[in-house]
Every structure is written in C-alpha cells, then in structure tokens.
Design a protein around this ligand. Structure first.
Ligand SMILES: [Zn+2]
Length: 125
C-alpha cells in the first residue's frame, strides 16, 4: 500500500516538474521572440528612415535637411531620427539625397508616413 502511494507521489512530482520545465521554456522562447521581433522592427525603422528633417519655408515651399550629425570628437555620423550610425558620410552624396527628396516630395512623404507608423508600432512615440 505504502509502495503505491509513493509511486503516485513520485508521479505527481514528475508531472509538476514537467509543467514547470515547459513553462520556463515557453516564457524563455516568448522573450527571445519578442527580442528578435524588436530587433527586426528597429532594423525596419532604420531602413525606412529618410534621414532628413522636413520643414517649411515662409513661402510654403518644402525644406529638407540632412539628419546626420557628428558630435565633436567622434568621427562617425548619427541620424537624429533613427539613430543609425555611419562611419563615413560623403557630403556630395548627402546633398544629392536631400535634393532627390526635394524634387520628389511624394516619395519623401510616403516614406515618412511609413517611418512614423513603424516608430508608433515600436512604442517610441
Ligand atoms: Zn535616420
């Protein structure tokens, strides 16, 4: 009789331990998944960032300015909007990029809209 009770108790302990193990694995995977999802989202944000500030001139014209800045003492450039870092910034390429957006405001606003949607999704704003 005693032997059967011991057997049952051992069985219950084994089942309980299995449940705990499954729970730990499950929550661990969820955290990993959320972290990966977060990383993917941040990468997506950087990919969809225009890296330019949009402003308006007094006459109603659109003004576009590069978001990259280089803090003194640091050789790399950082985008103020998405935080992307680049080691080298070609000024001519940057001017061309700004000019491209100035000439194609539709593309700029479309990208900007997607960017805002993504940062909202990431909970940044
Ligand atoms: Zn950016």
């Amino acid at each position: 009789m005693n032997f059967i009770i011991n057997e049952i108790l051992l069985g219950i302990i084994a089942v309980a331990m299995t449940i705990i193990a499954i729970k730990i694995t499950f929550s661990f995977n969820i955290n990993e998944y959320l972290k990966r999802k977060d990383e993917r989202l941040h990468l997506k944000i950087k990919n969809n960032c225009t890296h330019v500030n949009i402003g308006w001139l007094e006459n109603g014209d659109i003004a576009v300015q590069s978001c990259f800045y280089s803090p003194s003492g640091i050789s790399s450039y950082t985008c103020q909007k998405c935080g992307m870092q680049v080691d080298y910034l070609n000024e001519d390429d940057e001017k061309r990029r700004v000019k491209y957006f100035l000439n194609n405001p539709k593309i700029l606003f479309k990208k900007e809209k997607k960017f805002k949607k993504l940062i909202k999704k990431a909970g940044i704003v």
